[in-house]
Design a protein around this ligand. Structure first.
Ligand code: HEM
Length: 395
């Protein structure tokens, strides 16, 4: 855009250390100011209210992903062709390849194995009484599951997590954090490009991508971006959801008691953790025509930030939104997005989260946590360390 847009505007920095540590007061300000607020630092409009975010996510024809979901041109160019940055018909071809492997039926077949893995991980941690809920629990679990499902060779796996974190942060606004993250996004793409299809475990999700290309269902050059979607989207997101769950239950022991007394609350509790702390804070869309956001007119070409994390705490939608309540059952929370790009892996993420909560509920009476260390990432909200002491449940 060449001229300064007209309309409600706030000169906020959403990416300072302070804002990344606690963005919620700024989200509140955005919600209180207007349905869409122009942020001049990023030449983008922030949508913070639930109804507006959801309505925009539902309308991909007016709010396109194909010009990138980030806040800088380099990352938007580098992620071109990734599923998350496409519109139909390209999007649907890519999504079909993933959908077959992430469908409810496919996920049901993984249930027994993932529940067993959760038990095997949690049992010795609880016996040892003290562990780091991020490194020993939340990271260890999705890494072993997701990388096995993709079928990645063992060589190089140790770097995948750092790359995934950076792949998200690289989509922030131009600046030092983006500059630091961007080369790692390129490293991830170079690593994935170097893997030959036959190195991927036969029958794995990764191999299915290359099979689809061999059958002409997708273009050969879509394989690496699709692999990147799995590797990036399937790790930090679930990792943060699991460590946030421990953090919230440690600070709300009465909610842990409720869940332990009635484990059928686990799906509701997992949604509630995601509502309180959306692991992905936002992705962008670009308006393909002049649009109206609840009375705020925006010209075609405007870039819009879909603030999932703010929408999930919008007082217009949620009763007492900052109260953590495992009985709330917020099935329509927006941490997985909504509409056509709504998280393709949410069945798997839920299975992982539910299995870990169930394994903990059977064994832990109380969590005591030390000071959490926050990991500052421009798109992802989560912890880097969370020391925990557990009080085991009576046998
Ligand atoms: C708690 C865990 C997770 C959260 C919070 C999460 C969040 C999200 C969000 C917000 C989107 C929407 C993007 C948009 O609106 O543009 C998304 C898309 C996606 N997610 Fe997840 N995700 C999680 C776990 C996973 C897992 C485990 C996988 C796969 C292994 C996965 C794969 C994907 C893919 C492939 C997309 C792109 C879908 C599309 O563009 O059509 N996610 N996720």
């Amino acid at each position: 855009m060449t001229s300064t847009p007209q309309g409600p505007s706030l000169d906020l920095d959403l990416f300072s250390d302070e804002a990344l540590t606690d963005p919620f007061p700024l989200y509140q300000l955005i919600r209180d100011t207007a349905p869409a607020v122009y942020l001049p630092r990023y030449d983008a409009w922030a949508l913070g209210r639930y109804a507006d975010v959801r309505a925009a996510l539902a309308d991909w024809e007016s709010f396109s992903s194909a010009q990138g979901i980030g806040l800088n041109d380099l990352a938007n160019a580098a992620t071109r062709g990734m599923i998350i940055a496409t519109d139909p018909p390209e999007h649907d071809k890519l999504r079909n390849v993933l959908a077959a492997r992430l469908s409810p039926k496919a996920i049901r077949q993984l249930k027994e194995d993932i529940e067993r893995r959760a038990d095997e991980l949690v049992e010795p941690l609880v016996q040892g009484r003290e562990f780091d809920a991020v490194n020993d629990l939340a990271r260890a679990f999705p890494i072993s599951i997701v990388l096995d499902l993709i079928g990645l060779p063992q060589d190089g796996r140790d770097k995948v997590l750092g790359w995934a974190d950076a792949a998200f942060s690289a989509s922030g606004p131009p600046g030092a954090r983006t500059d630091a993250a961007f080369p790692l996004l390129q490293d991830q793409l170079a690593y994935l490009s170097g893997i030959r299809p036959e190195e991927l475990t036969p029958g794995s999700m990764g191999r299915a991508i290359y099979d689809a290309a061999a059958e002409g269902k997708i273009a050969q050059e879509s394989c690496v971006p699709l692999m990147s979607a799995y590797v990036t989207a399937g790790l930090d997101t679930t990792i943060n959801a699991i460590s946030n769950a421990v953090w919230y239950f440690a600070r709300n022991p009465e909610q842990w008691d409720l869940l332990r007394r009635d484990p059928s609350l686990i799906p509701s509790a997992f949604n509630e953790v995601l509502r309180m702390e959306a692991p992905v804070q936002f992705f962008c869309r670009v308006a393909t025509r002049d649009v109206d956001i609840d009375g705020v007119p925006l010209p075609a070409g405007s870039r819009l930030m879909m603030l999932y994390a703010s929408a999930n705490r919008d007082e217009r939608k949620w009763d007492d939104p900052t109260r953590f309540d495992v009985t709330r059952n917020p099935m329509d929370q927006l941490a997985f997005g909504y509409g056509m790009h709504g998280c393709a892996g949410q069945g798997l993420a839920r299975l992982e989260g539910h299995s870990i909560l169930a394994a903990l509920a059977r064994r832990v009476e109380r969590f005591e946590v030390g000071e959490p260390v926050r990991r500052l990432n421009q798109l992802i909200r989560g912890l880097d360390a969370l020391p925990v002491v557990v009080h085991p449940a009576a046998a």
